[in-house]
Design a protein around this ligand. Structure first.
Ligand code: ITT
Length: 194
């Protein structure tokens, strides 16, 4: 990370503008400005652990831009589908989408699922990526609801919430989400210990 006048700046390598906007708002609550490194195409390795994917992408992005860098890898894990799509969420969303997931869940009563987020941070001061995790439990709805957000938001309802993520405005999603949890942990570290 770097400091511009009195403000700390975090460089987030992502092609996902929704992810960037969620992260930007959370980090700004902690006085951190966020820059989106959209052109840094990071390697997408296949691994059963999103933590390993995030770490590999951080190493790759750091080598390419030589800036202190954050990458975040997230995924939807459905209990009765043995954690699918999990680390394959991006591919599953592009191919079968929300409709495909709802079809796979047809007649399944136990619809427990969670979103997980792992941030990997790497800079010249840290010799290996440092990770921060977030998780939110919920369930897969019977049909799509809402038009905010992105990805699997229309079919995921957090535990105890009456709305899906896609029925929430960004401030509401950021009160609860897996991403908000991991970015708040990162912000604590970055402000106080980095
Ligand atoms: P990057 O460029 O940062 O990799 P991405 O969109 O590929 O952006 P991820 O690999 O972290 O993001 O996430 C994989 C997929 O999981 C993503 O394409 C969405 O379909 C889904 N996903 C992740 N976080 C989500 C969220 O908060 N709400 C809904 N779907 C989400």
């Amino acid at each position: 990370m770097t400091r511009l006048s009195s403000c700390k700046v975090a460089f987030l390598a992502t092609g996902n503008v929704h992810k960037f906007n969620e992260a930007r708002r959370i980090l700004s609550e902690h006085g951190i400005a966020t820059a989106m490194l959209r052109t840094i195409r990071t390697v997408e390795i296949q691994d059963d652990e999103i933590r390993n994917i995030a770490k590999a992408r951080a190493v790759d992005a750091f080598q390419k831009c030589n800036l202190p860098i954050i990458v975040e890898d997230a995924g939807l894990f459905i209990e009765k589908l043995a954690g699918f799509p999990g680390p394959y969420s991006s591919y599953a969303y592009r191919t079968i989408g929300n409709e495909g997931v709802l079809k796979l869940m047809k007649n399944i009563v136990d619809r427990k699922a969670c979103f997980r987020s792992v941030i990997a941070f790497l800079s010249s001061k840290t010799n290996k990526p440092k990770c921060f995790k977030g998780k939110i439990e919920g369930r897969i709805t019977e049909e799509k609801r809402g038009s905010h957000g992105f990805g699997f938001d229309p079919i995921f309802k957090p535990l105890h919430a009456s709305k899906t993520f896609a029925q929430m405005i960004i401030e509401e999603k950021n009160q609860l989400s897996h991403r908000a949890l991991s970015f708040r942990k990162f912000a604590e570290f970055y402000i106080n210990k980095f």
